[in-house]
Design a protein around this ligand. Structure first.
Ligand SMILES: NC(=O)c1ccc[n+]([C@@H]2O[C@H](COP(=O)([O-])OP(=O)(O)OC[C@H]3O[C@@H](n4cnc5c(N)ncnc54)[C@H](O)[C@@H]3O)[C@@H](O)[C@H]2O)c1
Ligand SMILES: CC1=C(/C=C/C(C)=C/C=C/C(C)=C/C=C/C=C(C)/C=C/C=C(C)/C=C/C=C(\C)C=O)C(C)(C)CCC1
Length: 523
């Protein structure tokens, strides 16, 4: 890895020129060709493959991530994403026939063209430095955009290897990397982009949003959340304990979708805590410290923040609690808290803190979850179907996994994003293509239709108005009281059936029976 260049911030003076390159390249129209996009995606695949050992080592250095976890959640994930995108690109990019078009308008062949948005800026976060930077980049390339990637400076080794891969394998005019922190990102935000894709905390999300609003630039914001897990009295305690613990051991809990706190029905609390302890010894038989699979907190600043949270809780530490500043070690720490106002619930820990708040029942859990954060990124209800359905129907969140911790976010082709203040816009799978694509509505008016379109031209006459109404007015299927009307007619025409399949089958049967009867009568 020594042979690869070190992390070097980009000169701020160069940033306007880098931006211009991207814009000019987009206007050369080269990136629009499907063949070009596919070639870039495939080149990225092989570039990443070639640097697999360096990328695994980089994540180990930056986050103490085991090669297993880096492959599972980052490198293998991104490689598969490229293959998926390359295979499906032509299908995603194809014009779509417009839906819900009346017969009259169908002569104008309304369709949806998939246009690239243009030159885009992607700002990555440190916790999954490969996936959160390259995932959106794959979407941008697939959509036909040019892109500048600004990886997180808090995972500098991953950032420099990605820069090496991109600059040596992709079209350097179209895909560029800017390295740096706040000053470099601020200079990037001073340029006019066609979309900004940002992953990170909500405070910076607001800075990005405000800056983008000045030039009406669209943004995708992938932010954080205080995600609740809710365990009802009928949940399976062993399953819940193992699955939720997994979500806090991965990347040392530095996962945007991991649960921030757990609300547990008092009836099941003792057994849940017993299972949590059991799971902890099963997953880490020799403890967390010195465990090769358990990483570290990325930076001293983040470690201090987490330590501050732990020190400020009024709850009782039930498991863990050990921290070592020198190695940025933070033990998985279970804390039983007494109130939803505890700092461990009020703030996003983004680390291996596992606060547990006992609740009386499902209603109290829902009330607290909605109060702590009304629109988190994820929500994890454990219980019977009736219970989990009730929780889902009375809460909101970007995504949810029933009877699991962030399973929804570990499916690479499932659209992923927040809601409300946990984010806007989504990506992954086809959604990554759509995220950087403008769905351009296009019609083509044939010359022969001119005489029929005369109603649109002045002078406007009563005759034209009559014709216009005849051509365009829809008939209401509701009366002044808001009740459905005309149901009897449709019931008769549909032979008592509802839905295309059922009505079709009934008419087919009727015609067949009629044919047999006619034959019989003729014989
Ligand atoms: N929804 C998601 O997909 C997702 C994924 C990862 C992290 N997150 C959230 O992100 C947070 C943790 O990440 P972080 O923000 O600490 O990561 P970070 O420190 O890596 O910062 C993210 C990016 O913002 C840039 N940045 C920082 N300050 C800036 C400023 N003042 N102006 C412009 N850019 C600036 C950084 O350079 C970096 O590229 C958590 O809240 C987590 O939940 C969300
Ligand atoms: C194959 C058979 C079956 C099914 C097997 C199944 C369902 C296996 C599932 C394996 C799992 C759950 C693997 C877990 C993977 C986790 C991943 C990829 C996590 C990713 C995390 C990410 C991307 C985090 C993102 C974080 C973000 C965005 C913010 O910080 C059977 C059993 C059904 C039948 C036999 C065959």
């Amino acid at each position: 890895m020594e042979k690869l260049p070190p992390f070097t911030p980009t000169s701020i003076d160069d940033i306007p020129q880098i931006h211009k390159h991207g814009v000019d390249k987009f206007h050369s129209h080269t990136t629009r060709s499907i063949d070009y996009r596919r070639k870039q995606l495939r080149a990225l695949y092989w570039g990443l493959k070639d640097e697999e050992p360096a990328l695994l080592e980089a994540c180990k250095l930056d986050l103490g991530k085991s090669a297993y976890e880096t492959y599972l959640t980052e490198l293998g994930w991104v490689l598969n994403d490229i293959i998926f995108m390359s295979k499906n690109l032509a299908r995603f990019a194809k014009d779509e026939k417009a839906e819900d078009i009346s017969l009259t308008n169908s002569f104008m062949k309304p369709r949806i063209k998939k246009d690239p948005l243009g030159a885009v800026l992607i700002i990555g976060a440190y916790n999954f430095p490969l996936q959160l930077s390259l995932g959106p980049l794959i979407g941008a390339i697939a959509a036909g955009c040019t892109a500048v990637l600004k990886p997180s400076e808090n995972a500098p080794n991953a950032a420099r290897i990605m820069q090496h891969v991109i600059s040596h394998n992709l079209d350097p005019e179209a895909y560029q990397v800017v390295q740096g922190a706040v000053p470099e990102t601020t200079a990037l935000l001073d340029c006019k982009w066609d979309k900004i894709f940002y992953t990170g905390n909500a405070s910076v999300g607001k800075i990005i949003s405000k800056k983008a609003a000045e030039t009406l630039t669209p943004v995708a914001l992938e932010l954080g959340g205080r995600n609740p897990a809710i365990i009802t009295k009928n949940a399976e305690p062993r399953l819940a304990a193992r699955r939720l613990l997994w979500a806090k051991l991965m990347n040392v809990g530095q996962v945007c979708v991991s649960q921030n706190y757990i609300l547990v029905d008092k009836e099941i609390l003792p057994e849940f805590l017993r299972q949590l302890e059991l799971a902890l010894t099963e997953f880490q038989p020799k403890g967390a410290e010195g465990n090769e699979d358990y990483g570290k907190i990325a930076t001293e600043r983040q470690w201090q923040r987490l330590k501050g949270m732990l020190d400020s809780t009024t709850g009782k530490i039930l498991m863990g609690g050990k921290t070592v500043k020198e190695s940025l070690f933070f033990e998985p720490t279970v804390v039983q808290v007494e109130t939803p106002d505890d700092p461990l619930l009020k703030d996003e820990s983004f680390g291996p803190l596992i606060p547990i708040l006992p609740v009386d029942d499902i209603e109290e859990a829902i009330r607290i979850a909605n109060r702590v954060h009304a629109t988190p990124l994820g929500l994890y209800p454990f219980g019977t179907k009736t219970e989990t359905d009730k929780i889902l129907s009375q809460t909101r969140s970007g995504g949810a996994s029933v009877n699991d911790a962030f399973f929804h976010a570990s499916i690479p082709t499932l659209a992923f994003g927040g809601v409300g203040d946990s984010g806007q816009g989504s990506y992954r799978g086809k959604a990554s293509f759509d995220c950087f694509t403008h769905r351009r509505s296009v019609t083509t008016t044939p010359s022969w239709i001119e005489s029929m379109l005369d109603v649109r031209y002045p002078p406007y006459t009563p005759e034209k108005m009559k014709k216009l109404r005849k051509m365009t007015d829809l008939k209401p299927d509701f009366d002044r009281q808001g009740r459905r009307t005309g149901r009897l007619v449709w019931w008769v025409l549909g032979l008592g059936g509802s839905g295309k399949a059922s009505v079709g089958a009934r008419w087919a049967l009727l015609v067949a029976v009629a044919a047999v009867v006619v034959r019989f009568l003729r014989a």
